[in-house]
Design a protein around this ligand. Sequence first.
Ligand SMILES: [Zn+2]
Length: 141
Amino acid sequence: MDAPYHRSITTQALGEWFSARALQVIIAANLSLDGLVGQLLHPEYHFDDNAFAAGEAFVQARRAEVRPWLEAGEREKAWRAFGKVTHAVQDFYAHTNYVALWLGQPDKKRIRPRLRLIRSARRFCPVPNLSLAVCIIPGNC
Ligand SMILES: [Zn+2]
């Protein structure tokens, strides 16, 4: 996904929840995953090449870093970890056929997301319409 899309989605989803400075750090971390090394050597950052398990592991590992960094008073490190989560989650929807499959289902309300990534995010999000990017941090919704 191109940088303007990552920037726009992240800003729309998180802009009202984070300060301008935090959002800047989150977006920079988000975009950092599309650097040359990230593009060539880390399909898990982008859910490319069927790297579903590795992508989910990457998201869960970065998500697990957020709370400890916050509790340690290291907000920028927490924001960077969260920014990487937003990138991978955005790429999940953009780089996989999840949305196409979901749109092709006759009764979308009956379809349950199959990835543990989505199930685990939903556990933390009792608000049905809140974006996954926001819900990925426990206690944020
Ligand atoms: Zn990417």
